[in-house]
Write a protein of this length. Structure first.
Ligand code: PFF
Length: 451
């Protein structure tokens, strides 16, 4: 068997894992959810749930992955007893299916990012008709850019996660952050922005326990950190044994929340600025008019206020968004591809192309049935599958895996971990508290638990 890949440095892992975590979920998904769930209350609940649940589960995935050094199914099998093996298969394959379905809808939105980037380029050279086609919602446009996005994703995964993407991420992710900060500063000069910031930052605590808000925030916390599908387990399997896992995990979680928070500081005021400029955002009943298209409406409206510069800023923004989407999509595709390669014995290139094209077929089906399937697949995967699989990962880390093996794994890279706060709290926490919280959120959202 070929030697398994390993990240070349700590920085490479942090970048790859942050690249997976930071993506459309932060800049497209998070602000939409904030806007549809009453602003600050959602932000508050999301941050609390990330600390309470997402970080501990991220750690479960990383530590299992690094211990087993295999694809997700094989990793879970490796830490199982004979009796729990069926559960390992069920959990592993459910994760693979979920990662694939997530890629199914993600590629569609990522395709829009590419199209909007090209539209700005078309605007630059005065190709108005082309620009209109690129920004209009048509079957052909959607299909074209789904295909383009898959070619990019498959091309990278087929070659392994190369130094190329590591290097790209180092340079381009900071650029995205700088651009968002600059845009936040700019938006502060516009009418309506202050109202947006107020809505974003002032939680209405009476809404915090709203069942829809809770389940939505739970899903967002998992989705944003790429949890509950096995991505972080696979990435964990490529981490060197000399790394301190709790610290690495905390770094990735902090970067991810930070970027989502910043994206909200930009997009929510952008909505109010757009509204002040006459763009309709909410309908009479107070619901967002076009939630999926929110940032494709309000950000271009903002760029327009900048005149000629706006076209360049828009081009840059959508290029960076496309890159953020690719560093996430490669991590999704890596889950089934690692399995096809390691457990089923396919060559890497072949695995990437076969699996990638099958998942592309899923995206095509969604594009043809957009109205029915798009939202449904998002809800199914992010609101339900990811948290439930996350809990199964906790069951593996807390109940199934032998505690001394878990401790030994963590001691590699942090020999004194036994005396740390992390070791005193985390094992019991993932064993009991995490599953209970998720269960309570589910029961509450189904009306079975009234608080
Ligand atoms: N975390 C990514 C984002 O916020 O855009 C989405 C994601 C990546 C979800 C990888 C799941 C995954 F396995």
């Amino acid at each position: 068997m070929a030697a398994r890949g390993e990240f070349s440095s700590r920085m490479a892992f942090v970048l790859a894992a942050s690249g997976s975590a930071i993506g459309l979920g932060n800049i497209w998904g998070f602000p939409i959810k904030v806007a549809s769930n009453g602003g600050g209350a959602f932000v508050f609940t999301y941050v609390v749930l990330t600390f309470l649940l997402a970080y501990p589960i991220l750690m479960a995935e990383l530590v299992i992955g690094r211990h087993a050094k295999s694809d997700t199914v094989a990793s879970l099998v490796k830490i199982s007893s004979r009796k729990s093996r069926p559960l390992a298969f069920l959990t592993g394959y459910w994760g693979i299916l979920t990662a694939s379905l997530i890629l199914g809808f993600y590629a569609i939105v990522a395709g829009w990012m590419i199209a909007f980037g090209l539209a700005s380029a078309a605007d630059l050279i005065g190709a108005n008709a082309q620009s209109e086609w690129l920004t209009g919602f048509s079957l052909n446009r959607n299909l074209t850019f789904v295909a383009v996005f898959y070619l990019l994703t498959i091309g990278i995964v087929a070659n392994g996660v190369t130094a190329g993407i590591e290097k790209w991420s180092t340079r381009l992710m900071p650029m995205l952050i700088v651009l968002i900060l600059a845009l936040i500063a700019y938006i502060g000069t516009q009418n309506g922005a202050a109202e947006g910031w107020r809505v974003y930052l002032q939680p209405d605590f009476s809404r915090v326990l709203n069942p829809d808000l809770l389940i939505s925030a739970l899903g967002q916390a998992f989705f944003s950190l790429s949890l509950g599908v096995g991505t972080m387990m696979v990435y964990g399997s490529y981490i060197s044994k000399s790394e301190n896992l709790p610290k690495l995990g905390a770094t990735v979680a902090a970067i991810d929340i930070g970027i989502a928070f910043m994206a909200g500081l930009l997009v929510i005021p952008a909505m109010y600025v757009a509204q002040a400029n006459g763009v309709t955002i909410y309908n009479e009943s107070g619901a967002l008019i076009d939630s999926d298209g929110l940032i494709f409406t309000v950000l271009p409206a903002l760029f327009e206020t900048m005149g000629g510069t706006g076209i360049v800023v828009s081009l840059l923004f959508f290029i960076l968004m496309t890159i953020a989407a690719i560093t996430s999509s490669i991590s999704m595709l890596e889950v089934p591809v690692a399995h096809a390669q390691e457990s089923l014995g396919l060559a890497r290139k072949k695995a990437a192309w076969v699996v990638g094209l099958v998942i592309m077929a899923v995206s095509v089906v969604i594009v043809f049935n957009f109205g029915v399937l798009f939202g449904w697949v998002i809800d199914l995967t992010t609101k339900y599958s990811e948290p439930l699989i996350g809990i199964l990962f906790c069951v593996f880390a807390g109940w199934i895996w032998k505690r001394n093996e878990l401790l030994q794994e963590l001691q590699q890279g942090k020999p004194d971990v036994e005396n740390s706060f992390f070791w005193k709290v985390w094992p019991a926490y993932v064993k009991v508290v995490c599953p209970l919280i998720v269960l309570m959120v589910f029961m509450h959202s189904f009306g079975l638990l009234n608080v």
